[in-house]
Write a new protein. Sequence first.
Length: 184
Amino acid sequence: MPTVINGSTGVDKVQDSIITAAKLASGQVLSVNGIQFPASQAASANGNTLDDYEEGTWTPVLGDGTNNVSTYYYQFGSYIKIGKMVYIQCTISVNNKGSITGDLRIAGLPFTPGYLNDPNDTYVLASKVFPMGTGYLYSAADIYNNQTIIYPWRILNGNQGRIQGADVGGGSQMFYSGCYIATA
């Protein structure tokens, strides 16, 4: 038979000799069913308090800064945000590239990137890119502070540079994953 012990601190509930929750001196309740966050963030001034967790989706938009891809077979992004750390991934499969020509960029990151130590810090994402113009490319990507944009770059035949609109055609696929620190 379950026993309930009430008080300002200590064990709050005991169920069949298993502690199911404990109340701390701060009034917070710890549950053995996992960490539970409120529906909306309850920000804490204490930097050691884990008070923000979120999962969601975002829509990556491939373009050159002026024009975007006309149609996609598939475009999807997902993220997990824990505190200020944002883990992202995105998949883009191009049907018709439209009139993109210059340096490619993927817009739409779910949170604005900040910096850790230096305002000139960048974040590098891992990637996989399939048939692009002249063949398969080795690729990575940069994210710069205060820009919700991914800048893909390539290594092809020993040359490194930004992926160009000319590298993209129908059936081109891009997969990126990585993490960055958000401004908030």
